[in-house]
Design a protein around this ligand. Structure first.
Ligand code: GRF
Length: 197
């Protein structure tokens, strides 16, 4: 049975494009919805141009009421009835209540070699620490931020003249390979670790 995938994003959506482009042919899944937490997320335009159903729930009108925002997000997701939710540059931290509703079928990509550098500014922190290797991680989402079971990692060498931007750009290239590779396995019920390159 073809698995239904919803993709949540906040920004430009390059990971969404990589995931969506990979879900063709004998891939066990298909994208059914691309959602954002604001109407002007560039990724929504890309998804529309690819012919996918899109929508958004703006978190701002909810102010600090995260549960109400997440209830609206959950309700819209349920209309699409996805089997799997992929967080792809979705920058709202989700509460335990929301995560518990999707746990075991929600993935996230994070731009570091977890458990190193949870949170933000991962490239600058890796450079400041003098790391020789950096990369990205796809993990299952659990209530603890960036702590869920790891399903895949891709490494890149840190170069002597790297800046956070040049490092981020090389990591993003690996993200676009890693996330589709992990999703293909996960959608087939296989949680074995993917390592790249
Ligand atoms: C990616 O680097 C991802 O790891 C991080 O946010 C960025 C999103 O990029 N969580 P894009 O919107 O997929 O281009």
């Amino acid at each position: 049975m073809t698995r239904r995938v919803a993709i949540l994003l906040s920004g430009g959506g390059s990971n969404m494009v990589a995931l969506a482009r990979s879900m063709t042919g004998d891939h066990p899944a298909r994208p059914v919805l691309v959602m954002a937490n604001s109407a002007d997320a560039g990724g929504l335009d890309k998804a529309r141009a690819m012919g996918f159903e899109t929508d958004y729930v703006d978190h701002r009108p909810f102010g600090g009421d995260r549960a109400a925002f997440e209830d609206a997000l959950h309700a819209r997701l349920m209309q699409a009835a996805p089997d799997i939710v992929c967080l792809a540059g979705f920058m709202r931290v989700l509460t335990e209540g929301f995560v518990r509703r999707w746990q075991g079928r929600m993935l996230n990509i994070h731009p570091s070699l977890l458990p190193k550098y949870r949170g933000l500014h991962t490239h600058a922190r890796a450079l400041a620490a003098g790391e020789s290797l950096h990369g990205c991680t796809v993990h299952e989402v659990t209530p603890e931020l960036d702590e869920g079971p790891i399903l895949g990692q891709a490494t890149v060498a840190v170069l002597p003249d790297d800046t956070p931007d040049t490092l981020a750009a090389r990591v993003l290239v690996m993200e676009h390979q890693l996330y589709p590779a992990v999703l293909r396995r996960f959608a087939a019920g296989d949680r074995s670790l993917v390592t790249l390159p």
